[in-house]
Design a protein around this ligand. Sequence first.
Ligand code: ADP
Ligand code: F6P
Length: 321
Amino acid sequence: MAEIKTIGVLTSGGDAPGMNAAIRAVTRTALSRGVKVKGIKRGYAGLLAEEIIDLERQNVSDTIQRGGTILGTARCMEFTTEEGQAQGAEICKKHGIDGIVVIGGDGSYRGAQALARHGINTIGIPGTIDLDIACTDYTIGFDTAVNTAMQAIDKVRDTSSSHERCSIIEVMGRNAGYIALWCGIANGAEDILLPETYDYNEQNIINNIIQNRKKGKKHHIIINAEGIGHSTSMARRIEAATGIETRATILGYMQRGGSPTCKDRYYASIMGAYAADILIDGKTNRVVAFKGGEFVDFDIEEALNMTKEIPEYQYKISKVL
Ligand code: ADP
Ligand code: F6P
C-alpha cells in the first residue's frame, strides 16, 4: 500500500449547510497527521479545470459557522463519461493527490467510485439536505434545512390563520419526502404530500379541508414536496372546489442556505475527521455513514445498492396528529 502524502477534498452536487465544517475537519485532521491537503473547487468540474488550491489550517478558520461551501460546488456532466473520469484521475496524479474526500450525495459517490477505479483512493461523506442516502441515518445539511423550513412555515401559518386561508407550502426534495415529512409533523400540518406516497387524489384533500372548516379550524396547512410540485395550480383548484381562499408558498433555495445548526456542524466535523483518518489509513472506495448510533463506513457499491423508504409508522402517525 502506497503511503498517502497528499489528499484532496471537494464538494459536489447541491450544497448543504455543514459542508464547510466537513472541509475544515478533513483539512485539520489530515494536517495533524502530517498529510498535505488540496482543496478542489467546484466539484468534479473544478477538478477537470484544475482549480486546485493548497489548504492550510488557517484557510479553514472562521468557516464552521458559514452556510454554503467555501470550495463551491457544481454538477458536471463531463465527469459521467469514461474520458472525463480518466482525465480527472490523471489531474490528481499530476498534482500529487493520492486520495480524495468527496462531500455530496449518491451521484457524487458514483464519481468517487470512478476515480477509485482509476487508482485514486476515495472516501465519500453524505452531504445533502434531502436525507435520501440509504446507507446513513443522517446527512449533512438536513437539520439546518428542516429548521429553516419549519420557522418559515410557522410564519406562513400565522398569516394563514389570521385570514382564515388554506396554505400550500412547498418544500425541497425532488425525489425524497423527508423534509416534507419532518416539517409536516413539526409544523402540525393538516396534510403532507410526499413523492413516495402521494396518490394524486386531490378530492381527499378537499374533503379534509371542508371537514376541518366545519369543525372551526381557521387555517389548513398542506406541506407539499417539490417532487410533486404544481403548488400554485393545486391552490387554484382547491380554492375553486372549497370556496376557501388558498395560497401557495414555495420556500425554494432558502432551505439550502444559512448558518448550520449545532447538529450539522457536529456530524460534519466527526464525519470529516473520520473520512480523512480512514483515507490516510489506506481505505478506498468507502462512504462514511451514521448508522445505529455510530459512525461507520461502507463500500460505495454496497451503499449505492441500499434502499431507503419513508418510515411507515412515522408517516401513518403524521395523519393521526
Ligand atoms: P448528488 O451528489 O447530490 O447526488 P448529483 O446527482 O447531481 O448530486 O451528482 C453530482 C455530480 O456527481 C454530477 O454532476 C457528476 O459530476 C457526478 N456524477 C453523477 N453521477 C455520476 C456517475 N454515474 N459517474 C460519474 N460521476 C457522476
Ligand atoms: O440538494 C438537494 C436539492 O436541493 C433537492 O432538494 C432539489 O430537488 C435539488 O437539490 C435542486 O437542485 P438544483 O440546485 O439543481 O436546482
